[in-house]
Unconditional design. Sequence first.
Length: 171
Amino acid sequence: MTSLTTAVDETIRPAPFLSSVMQIEPQWIDYNGHLNMAYYNVMMDRAIDELWLEFGLGPAYRAERHGSTFTAECHVRYLREIHLGDPVQVAVMLLGADDKRLHTFEELRHATEGWVSATSENMTLHIDMTARRAAPFPPDIRARIDKIAEAHAAVPRPDGIGRSIGMPRPK
């Protein structure tokens, strides 16, 4: 499996974006003794929130400019169990953007050993919270998004992008 690797450009932050290191909370462990599937999404969403701050799309943007983002689609792959005590970090790659949408791919990794536990591919919409409808990004936000998208475009694409779910075909 190809994974997200860091590429450095002198003028732009390294790509992909790396979240802060997170810890598994005890109440997130299910009866199978591993992280419950819902909390993979929680950690990846927290990482996305950190990247959104880089774009200027945080709580202040919501309060002052009445805009936000909503996830329109999400595809999670669970590849390896995470357990209580495992530190995790999320690598986020911005695969594409247009006037109203962001296409991202996240890898949830063991923060010290580096292996991939799960991936998530998402389509996110920019929302005018007054109208509660998809709306174009303001020009200043779009400029930040474009700069990061350009940096991320230089990174090799990881395996798993664009996958669909379905039963294997009979042989």
